[in-house]
Design a protein around this ligand. Structure first.
Ligand SMILES: NC(=O)c1ccc[n+]([C@@H]2O[C@H](COP(=O)([O-])OP(=O)(O)OC[C@H]3O[C@@H](n4cnc5c(N)ncnc54)[C@H](OP(=O)(O)O)[C@@H]3O)[C@@H](O)[C@H]2O)c1
Length: 272
């Protein structure tokens, strides 16, 4: 990737600061997470499919926070994506201390009407790429006896989600996978935190066929608030982070109510 000469940084510029790897770092929650991670003095390898905004954000964070940043524009669902990330890590002699496995996409609509190609691509990103990246990074963290992992799941992973059935299932996967790892890795020095946000005001809400205007703005959280809570929770080694009081209540109710009831409530909620 080409970068302006004035902002280009080489591997030798990298300090021995903690290195964070954030996916989906060009926009929304991942962009906010990258900002907070940089503000807290971590160097950053930032991954996203959108090259231009990713590069701009990486340059800005390096300038503002004086940390080393590297934008890596790639499609995480491509076969070679995880190897490409590894190649960059090798080139900078980087060991990932903090992994924010955050990139994800939605597909909304009744299951009988949605496009399976869209759903397959979503499963590739939300489930397969998330798992593959953690599979690559987590064992190294365990070998070193240190690391912090954040997985972005969703409130949609807590209850069945009619009108986003497959999206909800991908997030149920991420949540279950992440919570299981938290327990598997206890005592290794590696913590795993599961982030379960409710509706957050990002471009995500206008993707995948959702009617963004159907969500009352009082129900929306800012990506900054979600990312601040996520970072705090990850650094504290919390098992689960649900940002916002209202969404914490929804999380608890989602786990207490009978599934048929919570599915009907969710259907009404998601249909605006
Ligand atoms: N926003 C919400 O209401 C909400 C609620 C709960 C959980 N979440 C979760 O939060 C995470 C971040 O979402 P967000 O709301 O911040 O959405 P966002 O603003 O759309 O950010 C996601 C980023 O990931 C990128 N991306 C998409 N496909 C990719 C791929 N194949 N490879 C690499 N990067 C890719 C996106 O690029 P493009 O813009 O080009 O797609 C975008 O820059 C997701 O896992 C989502 O499921 C979101």
């Amino acid at each position: 990737m080409e970068r302006a000469e004035s902002t280009e940084r080489t591997p030798s510029d990298r300090s021995r600061r903690s290195l964070a790897l954030v996916t989906g770092a060009a926009s929304g929650i991942g962009k906010a997470l990258a900002s907070i991670v940089a503000r807290n003095g971590h160097d950053l390898l930032m991954v996203d499919i959108d090259e231009e905004p990713l590069s701009k954000h990486a340059d800005r964070l390096a300038d503002v926070h004086g940390v080393w940043t590297e934008p890596l524009a790639l499609d995480l669902t491509a076969d070679e994506a995880i190897d490409q990330i590894d190649d960059r890590l090798a080139a900078i002699d980087g060991r990932v201390d903090v992994l924010c496995n955050n990139a994800g996409v939605p597909v909304y609509g009744r299951f009988t009407e949605t496009d399976f190609d869209d759903e397959r691509a979503m499963i590739e990103l939300n489930v397969v790429a998330t798992t593959a990246l953690t599979k690559r990074i987590a064992p190294r963290m365990v070998d070193r006896g240190y690391g912090q992992i954040l997985h972005t799941a969703s409130l949609a992973g807590v209850v069945p989600v009619p009108t986003a059935a497959v999206y909800g299932a991908t997030k149920a996967y991420v949540r279950s996978f992440s919570l299981a790892l938290t327990t598997e890795l206890r005592g290794t020095g590696v913590t795993v935190t599961t982030l379960c946000p409710g509706e957050t005001d990002t471009g995500f809400l206008s993707q995948g066929g959702m009617d963004r205007s159907a969500i009352p703005s009082r129900r929306l959280q800012s990506p900054r608030a979600v990312a601040e809570a996520a970072y705090r929770g990850m650094i504290a080694g919390d098992r689960v982070v649900v940002p916002g009081q209202w969404d914490r209540l929804r999380y608890v109710l989602g786990r207490l109510l009978p599934e048929a009831v919570s599915a009907r409530i969710t259907e009404r909620f998601w249909s605006g």
